[in-house]
Design a protein around this ligand. Structure first.
Ligand code: GLN
Length: 188
């Protein structure tokens, strides 16, 4: 049976587990390197990329995730997207550099500028009501990266093969389409 892990170091991991369980997907929190062994995919949740940077590397290393992502699906949301990308200008953030995309932290402003808006999905006609919390912006993408969701003409969700990244929090609504997309188009 397919099993997905959610990195449970800091941030919004419980909601991802809930939404995966609601889709009848076997999902576990990931804290240790050995937790990766049984997984078909991993979600790196939103939270705070500077905090995750400081806390990752004790029980689970950057290299463990990097190697996992060479073959297996990974979905980074918000802070998770920042960690998956490249070129973050904040020196306190370490990035995995998995996705060929330049990501800027807090690009829509501070906490008070957080918002919810409909975003356009490439795979469905109905928009997705997305929650943006101190969201990052995808400033630049490489040729091998596809835009899966956009807002005001800018990419807010991108895919590079089995890797997916969203600037928003798809786990904070009852709409399961983004997680279903990950399961069907990135996992396996
Ligand atoms: N601004 C946060 C960061 O830099 C990300 C916010 C979030 O994940 N909701 O990590």
């Amino acid at each position: 049976m397919t099993q997905i892990g959610v990195l449970a170091i800091q941030g919004a991991f419980c909601k991802h587990l809930d939404i995966l369980h609601s889709l009848h997907v076997k999902a576990i929190p990931v804290k240790y390197a050995k937790d990766l062994e049984s997984l078909d995919g991993l979600i790196i949740p939103g939270g705070e990329s500077t905090v995750i940077t400081r806390q990752l590397g004790f029980r689970l290393s950057w290299e463990d995730i990097y190697h996992f992502a060479q073959e297996k699906a990974v979905f980074g949301t918000c802070a998770g997207l920042i960690l998956m990308g490249k070129g973050c200008s904040d020196p306190r953030v370490r990035q995995l550099g998995l996705m060929n995309a330049i990501i800027e932290r807090n690009a829509y402003g501070s906490q008070i500028e957080s918002f919810t808006e409909d975003v356009t999905l490439s795979f469905d006609t109905y928009p997705f009501h997305a929650v943006f919390i101190r969201a990052p912006k995808i400033l630049k993408i490489g040729k091998d990266v596809e835009i899966i969701a956009s807002f005001q003409g800018e990419a807010v969700m991108i895919q590079q093969g089995h890797l997916l990244g969203a600037a928003f929090h798809p786990e904070l609504t009852n709409d399961t389409r983004v997680h279903e997309y990950f399961m069907h188009h990135c996992v396996n």
